[in-house]
Design a protein around this ligand. Structure first.
Ligand code: PFF
Length: 446
């Protein structure tokens, strides 16, 4: 086994961690749940959750990894003791990694399919009704959806097989700045659209009536998902960080970047929606049905559509590699196997598992477990159970096992300092409590 690699620079870490955080969660999920829960009020709760739960848990995860300099399971042993029961959080992370990547990659495949359609100019000159059938025709074609999923997985495996510096770091160094440029271009474009003002109002003027408890819980869950928390991505990425980096600073950068990108994506998407008579509360099909129809109606829509799906593809890929990296590093370090072989074995396993998700829209659409197709099952199981539970365990481990000692190292201030206290008690109590309430509520709802 080769010696452990490290990020070449602090910026490389920030780009990679932001690359993991910024993904389909920001471009696809955040806008549609914001639309569903009425806009501003949801955004506000999401921002609060990000600040008081997401940010402290992000610091804890990076710290656990940085301190241990090893994979997500062993990290708990290194920070605690051999056979520490807390390593169950690491195993849960591995399981989540497999499950999330298997459906995430299917959606990544849809993005590639739509990118190709955008490049082939299949939106302009076509009727809205026709464009709306594109997603259904993709769903009903089992081969097409599987092949795109395989292509997406092949890209992910190739990057991870190349290793940390030549694979993940290079990818993020290239894609994250490109992603930001494309997003800024789209922001400038949307500024000149008639619906821009309404979009900003929709996102930032709270309308409490549509929020409800459900909206609040979605905001908590999304704060975890969007920062890639609760499954060891940040533990693993933190383990490649040298020990003298200031964590509040790097975690702060990642949190701010991720939030900014989600907000800008929201403004862009809602500006388009409001300018061309779309429906903000359209749900999951917002990105794949509503937007393409609107692209076909707007000036410069050909370029905007390509820019948009390219952006989504970049975002999805930089998140997917982080998911595979968690599993591959673990396997590579525990079984002392080569990176290429491990990336292939783990990646192909995920790809095969993902076939079940791809078939959930066609051949296996009638096959349900607990009323859910494989795709929905993997999504629900991870986003609503494994990630929050993993996040709570990691947070409790940090707050109670590592406790004041770790907090003092991180903040560089005495434990009586306000920030130290906030960090200690959010990880000890506030974050786990929020999660507990969310889980109990979900269970009661059935
Ligand atoms: N944060 C990613 C997104 O918002 O799309 C998704 C994700 C990546 C979740 C990695 C969890 C994870 F471990």
């Amino acid at each position: 086994m080769a010696t452990r690699q490290h990020w070449s620079t602090r910026l490389a870490f920030i780009l990679a961690a932001s690359g993991s955080a910024v993904g389909l969660g920001n471009l696809w999920k955040f806008p549609y749940i914001t639309g569903t829960y009425g806009g501003g009020a949801f955004v506000l709760v999401y921002l609060v959750c990000t600040a008081i739960i997401g940010f402290p848990v992000l610091i804890s995860e990076i710290f656990i990894g940085q301190k241990a300099q090893t994979n997500v399971v062993k990290a708990f042993e290194e920070n605690h003791r051999r056979y520490s029961p807390w390593r169950i959080a690491g195993w849960m992370g591995l399981l989540s990694g497999f499950l999330i990547l298997s459906f995430y990659s299917v959606v990544g495949g849809w993005v590639l399919d739509f990118l190709l359609r955008a490049i082939l100019n299949q939106f302009a000159g076509h009727s809205g009704a026709e464009i709306e059938t594109y997603l259904e025709s993709l769903f009903s074609n089992a081969w097409r959806i599987i092949i795109w999923h395989f292509i997406f997985m092949a890209l992910t495996i190739t990057i991870v097989a190349k290793g940390l510096n030549k694979g993940l770091e290079r990818l993020n160094n290239l894609l994250m700045p490109s992603l930001s440029v494309i997003l800024l271009f789209l922001l400038v474009y949307s500024f000149f659209l008639p619906g821009f003002g309404r979009a900003v109002g929709f996102m930032f003027v709270p309308d409490i009536t549509k929020l409800g408890v459900e909206g609040i819980l979605q905001a908590v869950g999304h704060a975890f998902f969007t920062l890639s928390l609760g499954m060891g991505v940040m533990v693993t990425y933190g383990s490649y960080l040298s020990e003298n980096e200031s964590l509040p600073r790097v975690a702060g950068n990642v949190t701010v970047l991720n939030t900014l990108i989600a907000l800008i994506a929201g403004i862009v998407i809602f500006s388009i929606v409001f300018s061309y008579g779309g429906e903000p509360a359209k749900g999951p099909t917002l990105m794949f049905q509503t937007l393409p129809v609107l692209f076909s109606q707007m000036p410069g829509g050909y370029l905007v559509a390509i820019a948009f799906f390219l952006l989504a593809g970049f975002a999805a890929l930089t998140s997917a590699v982080s998911l595979l990296e968690v599993v591959v590093t673990y396997w590579e370090e525990t079984h002392r196997k080569s990176r290429v072989g491990t990336a292939l074995i783990c990646g192909v396993t995920v790809a095969l598992l993902g076939v079940l998700c791809a078939l959930s829209f066609n051949l296996l659409s009638g096959f349900k477990i607990g009323g859910l197709t494989f795709f929905d099952l993997f999504d629900t199981l991870t986003a609503q159970l494994l990630l929050p539970l993993g996040g709570a365990l990691i947070s409790l481990f940090f707050g109670w096992v590592l406790g004041s000692q770790a907090v003092k190292v991180i903040t560089g201030k005495p434990i009586t300092n306000l920030f130290s206290q906030v960090l200690l008690w959010t990880t000890r109590a506030i974050a786990p409590l929020f999660i507990l309430v969310m889980l109990v509520y979900k269970i009661m709802q059935g």
